[in-house]
Design a protein around this ligand. Sequence first.
Ligand code: ADP
Ligand code: MG
Length: 342
Amino acid sequence: MVCSVPNDTQREGLPLIHGTNVSRFFNGKEAIVAVRGLSFGISEGRITAIIGESGSGKSTMLKLIYGLLELDHGEIRYRGWRVPNPREKLIPGHDAMRMVSQGFDDLNTYANVWDNVASQLPNTDLEAKFRNTEQILNRLRIAHLRKQRIADLSGGEKQRVAIARALVNEPEVLLLDEPFNQVDASFRETLQADIRNIVADTGLTVVLVSHDPAEVLSMADELLVLRTGHLVAMGKPVGLYNYPPNAYTARLLAKSNILSKEEAFQLGIKVESEVALHPEWVALRENPDALFKIQHVYFKGFYEELLVGNGQFQIRVINTAPGTFASGIRVDIEIGRFHALH
Ligand code: ADP
Ligand code: MG
């Protein structure tokens, strides 16, 4: 499906979605930088997650990809063709893409599930309309809710309807803005698994915005990390988690302890840069003569988070055997591994 812009020519050899030096400011001037200088590629048939703190530009980046917002600089191409901006298109939004945003603004609250989804399809082929609606309701496990009004559904069920509605006319790209916010933890994992299965079965491309590391690490094939409108890391979840290129990414993905080289030296780590020390990379051993002391114990169920300090700095440590350490106990710190931030 091609959405074309006058006088545009197709670029060969680009990833499915490709951004070059993309910037967007608000208030006309450069007063509020929403995103600046983003260059990125998003591959076909994969799940790419955009992650960053609140206000880092995630939603803006998603809207720019979809063509809902105009760029101030740079360009975004889809299959090599420039994505039309809202002035260049009667109905804003790229024809090959669908977006599910936060909240359920698109759903008709007083209509039932079936009508909300089926209304996306034309009446020219009623048999296909029936078949495709039934199929996507089944895929999202909401066929049994077909006669229920949206107003009577739970947050998780509404989210499934919103996704079914976006997918029923078979877009090539699904854009999701913090889609699991309103979904209970128990429903969240099955919805995530269902989306992964749809991607595997159909070749759908998903771009997912999130601020939740647990979500993107388990779900995404590729991560794009945003900080105050800048792209500060990109890569596969396992690589970025274990070898974060900067302190921000280490904190965001792993709640990592970021130590100066002087602090690291006090733990026996001799490097010439800051160090990322993930809480699970550290083990503690009780020693009454040790310099470090347990300062707080946060119970988390099957594990504990311990705050350990020596009066100069603190580190966060994961303890998977809750109850072994109490506040005030002195401990030696054993470093299993660390990652130098160059
Ligand atoms: P995120 O989705 O990561 O929380 P956003 O993309 O929504 O971040 O916002 C990025 C920055 O741009 C924020 O500082 C936000 O306040 C600003 N911003 C976003 N949309 C607008 C707007 N329509 N008008 C003015 N500022 C905006
Ligand atoms: Mg947002």
